[in-house]
Design a protein around this ligand. Structure first.
Ligand SMILES: Cc1cc2nc3c(=O)[nH]c(=O)nc-3n(C[C@H](O)[C@H](O)[C@H](O)COP(=O)(O)OP(=O)(O)OC[C@H]3O[C@@H](n4cnc5c(N)ncnc54)[C@H](O)[C@@H]3O)c2cc1C
Length: 497
């Protein structure tokens, strides 16, 4: 290929989206992705292979805060973590961008407002073909128009749940989703949440962002290429990328470099790129790279009536945001509730140790919910690199708000006619909603990038992934990552004109 003018590191939500937005500029764009295309296989719809055997998990271990090794649920494929995602494509709420008091402390908000992001959310929803409906969710921020597509239909048991919740005074609403239901189900009658997308049924970074980018002849995707280090000159310009492909090292370069390796790996790559002029790592004069790691506080909740069955296949179509903006003892935000993809016996058994036969009795009847509360930024919650290995010391915060949300939803579900309600927190090996490790801000001594994603220290290095999020909100992050990537693309192309 010709000499690249822009190199994008990572083909996940941020990388694929920024490549799609920059493609029409005609610039030569090279996307470097360490993973390969996810091909169809019998395991792709096999819950035991996915959840019990960890078939798609990486052959990699990270260290936790106590130095113990663990295998992270962080996925390296073309399309990044979105290949496994639940395809929930929420906008952050207006309040998420402002200063907020939480049960566990204060969140400083963002250096930009919802209004700054709104036009980019419109574009991101169009690119990822979001299915949804306005009007029912009390926390929904203003939209310029309707969702691009009508909502994914509720299965009968979920439609009945919506009625029951409405009767208890709540406002259930359709979950905004990037799923082509017919296409997904044609590949197998399974949920999509946590399952690999090998049929294009999910609107993910590969099937939407990357597919759009690769329509342009000036865009090239190079898979199996691990970026090991970035090189900077004495003026702070990024002059090269040391990469390994098929076991061989080489150095690539481009006038503009966009880092979109995901919040943990972006921080790790900047830290691994330390040199004599930048002993703390690149883009790190603020000492903020790797800090403020956030992941949501999340629990699964199974609610059941012993005499009613739940034959749903995919289930994941409903959300409840009645406790998103308030709900705490002094009106503090508690978080979001949404359906999980239908939990089956192998999933429950592998995650809880419950024998398969009992797990089957439970999951034949249960409605399965996902409860999510905000994790607040903390400078001591951080990614570091120890002897080349990633160390993730996640200091979870605002847990009291999460417990309050769980308690509230247990009451709600019992009132709605489910006498048995079980819950279990998601464990720390699942950094699904990782963010915050290179946050954006106005002040170069307290943040890593400006409000468009350009690093304060290196004028030709941009960050377009979840690392820049200053707070985690309490809804799924991908659409916000995509909206940020589109803003970042505008900053890059305007700098060129
Ligand atoms: C099981 C699961 C379910 C989820 N469900 C949802 C959901 O329903 N809704 C939602 O909004 N979010 C969901 N998420 C989170 C969502 O996937 C992430 O927020 C999103 O993918 C983040 O985008 P990103 O660009 O920051 O990182 P990623 O999408 O992870 O992309 C990073 C890319 O960089 C590549 N890479 C990493 N290091 C290097 C390197 N050194 N060299 C070259 N390439 C590299 C990776 O292979 C990857 O392709 C889920 C995540 C998981 C794991």
């Amino acid at each position: 290929m010709p000499q690249p003018e822009i190199i994008v590191i990572g083909s996940g939500m941020g990388g694929a989206t920024i490549a799609a937005a920059l493609a029409p500029t005609g610039r030569q764009i090279l996307i470097l992705e360490r993973g390969e295309h996810l091909r169809d296989s019998p395991e792709a719809r096999d819950a035991t292979a996915i959840f019990a055997r960890g078939h798609f998990r990486p052959k990699e271990s990270w260290l936790d805060g106590q130095g113990r090794a663990f295998n992270p649920g962080n996925f390296y494929f073309v399309g990044g973590n979105t290949k496994m995602y639940g395809a929930v494509l929420f906008r952050f709420r207006e309040a998420d961008f402002s200063l907020n008091s939480h049960m566990g402390g204060t969140s400083a908000g963002w250096p930009v407002s919802y209004d700054d992001f709104a036009p980019y959310y419109d574009r991101a929803e169009a690119l990822y073909q979001v299915r949804g409906a306005l009007g029912a969710d009390p926390s929904e921020p203003p939209h310029a128009g309707d969702y691009p597509h009508p909502p994914v239909p509720d299965e009968p048991v979920i439609a009945d749940l919506a009625q029951r919740l409405r009767a208890s005074g709540l406002h259930p609403s359709p979950l905004p989703l990037g799923v082509d239901l017919d296409r997904w189900l044609a590949g197998g009658k399974t949920p999509w949440d946590g399952h690999p997308d090998t049929c294009g049924g999910k609107m993910d970074a590969e099937s939407c962002g990357l597919a759009e980018a690769l329509k342009y002849p000036n865009v090239t995707l190079q898979t199996g290429t691990h970026v090991d280090r970035l090189l900077a000159d004495e003026n702070g310009r990024i002059t090269g990328l040391e990469v390994t492909r098929d076991g061989l090292g080489e150095t690539l370069s481009a006038p503009v470099v966009v880092l979109a390796a995901g919040a943990v790996n972006t921080a790790a790559l900047l830290l691994r790129s330390a040199d004599a002029r930048h002993p703390a790592g690149l883009a790190n004069s603020s000492d903020q790279v790797g800090r403020n790691f956030m992941n949501h506080n999340a629990s699964a909740m199974l609610a059941l009536h012993p005499l009613r069955r739940n034959p749903s296949v995919y289930q994941k179509t409903l959300t409840v945001n009645d406790f998103y903006l308030d709900g705490g003892p002094y009106g503090e935000p508690l978080g979001n509730v949404q359906l999980l993809g239908k939990i089956s016996a192998p999933i429950l058994s592998s995650q809880s140790g419950i024998p398969l036969r009992i797990a089957k009795w439970i999951t034949d009847r249960s409605i399965d919910l996902y409860l999510m509360s905000e994790d607040l930024p903390d400078v001591d919650s951080r990614v570091t690199v120890k002897d080349g290995q990633i160390r993730l010391d996640w200091r979870r915060s605002n847990w009291e708000a999460h417990l309050a949300l769980v308690a509230k939803m247990k009451q709600v579900m019992r009132r709605a006619g489910f006498p048995v309600v079980l819950s279990k927190a998601f464990d720390r090996r699942t950094p699904s909603h990782q963010c915050g490790t290179a946050r954006m801000g106005w002040d170069s001594t307290r943040s890593v990038t400006d409000i468009w994603g350009r690093t304060h220290d290196h004028e030709n290095l941009f960050i377009a992934d979840a690392s820049v999020l200053p707070t985690s909100g309490a809804v799924n992050p991908s659409l916000t990552v995509a909206a940020h990537a589109l803003r970042c693309a505008d900053a890059i192309s305007e700098g060129w004109t």
